[in-house]
Design a protein around this ligand. Structure first.
Ligand code: GLV
Length: 336
């Protein structure tokens, strides 16, 4: 008998067909977001689930899902899932590393350029009929070329961001929990510095760390005060790594030049002060959203789910200590 699974949000038809070849699928192709109670009701009798970042998987949910063996997130980040609670409950958890690095790095550059060169603000000005002709001091922004780029978190995505900086002749500094291998540093043309030095020396500071208790407000009031006057902050990593209230203050009082933000502390809610600011570029958590990449993420998550339920060996298992009754063999590759 095919295992029962739930797909919590709309996915691509061919991914659904692939899943249906192996599982009995309950799919939310209408894409109606499920609140906690609806998710619990729909998942109560399922063996597996494809989740997205809006689905919270915690001990309360797991308590009502005694047959659940696998939670497969369509994302590289998995801070919507209580991994420890899943491990305690014997539930495998997977993510989708690798397939979104380049698209996310591309989008980081979209935010850098749009913020520094005031693309969104000037577009709005034009559309509003406010442009009355060229003048010298109109929409002057900050140069990106030759500016110092600071990268916090030189993982897979941070490295792709660094590689792209070479075309702009930028000195690149980085800080990570561990210094990268010399060949990685050479390929990225990036210099390791302490976190405070990174924050203080960057003209453009871009964040590429996962959200965890150790990265909560890693850019807070103190770090924002250390940034150069006029510097730009870019966050396409996770809400909560930046203290949005402190950021709004630093932007409002003119200490920072601008911010490009794809993720927010309480998304989908936005800090009310940010929405009214002209020196911020705001996008709704779409850094990985090219058609090809979102398809690759969905297919990878589906393959993880089928492998988890049929062999107990999903390729991107985050808690290899759980094999849900399958023979254990070798550790699964880890996150980010
Ligand atoms: C998107 O934010 C992801 O984690 O894949």
């Amino acid at each position: 008998m095919k295992p029962d699974i739930l797909v919590t949000r709309e996915i691509f038809d061919d991914v659904l067909e692939y899943l249906a070849g192996h599982c009995a699928v309950a799919a939310n192709q209408g894409d109606t977001p499920m609140d906690a109670r609806t998710l619990a009701r729909n998942l109560a009798d399922k063996a597996g689930v494809l989740t997205t970042l809006g689905d919270r998987v915690d001990a309360d949910l797991l308590a009502g899902c005694p047959r659940l063996k696998a939670v497969c997130n369509i994302a590289v980040g998995f801070n919507n899932i209580d991994l420890a609670a899943c491990t305690r409950a014997g539930v495998m958890v997977t993510n989708t590393p690798g397939v979104l690095d380049e698209s996310t790095a591309d989008f980081t550059w979209a935010l850098i350029l749009a913020t520094a060169r005031r693309v969104v603000e000037s577009d709005a000005h034009l559309r509003a009929g406010e442009w009355h002709g060229w003048y010298l001091k109109q929409f002057m922004g900050a140069d990106v070329h030759h500016a110092t780029l600071g990268i916090l978190g030189l993982g897979r995505i941070g490295r792709q961001v660094a590689r792209r900086a070479q075309g702009f002749d930028m000195p690149v500094l980085y800080h990570s929990t561990r210094q990268a291998d010399p060949q990685v540093e050479r390929a990225c043309n990036a210099t390791f510095v302490g976190k405070d030095e990174l924050v203080a020396r960057s003209d453009i500071l871009t964040l590429h760390v996962p959200y965890a208790s150790s990265t909560h407000h890693i850019i807070g009031r103190q770090e924002l005060a250390m940034m150069k006057p006029g510097a730009i902050l870019i966050n396409a990593a996770r809400g909560g790594v930046v203290d949005d209230a402190a950021l709004a203050e630093a932007l409002a009082d003119g200490r920072l030049g601008g911010a490009g933000l794809d993720v927010f502390e309480n998304e989908p809610a936005l800090h009310p002060a940010l929405a009214g600011m002209r020196n911020v570029v705001l996008t709704p958590h779409i850094a990985s959203s090219s058609t090809a990449t979102r398809h690759a993420m969905a297919m990878l998550a589906a393959r993880n789910l089928v492998a988890a339920l049929t062999t107990g060996q999903p390729p991107h298992l985050l808690n290899p200590e759980v094999r849900a009754g399958f023979p254990a063999e070798g550790p699964g590759p880890h996150a980010r």
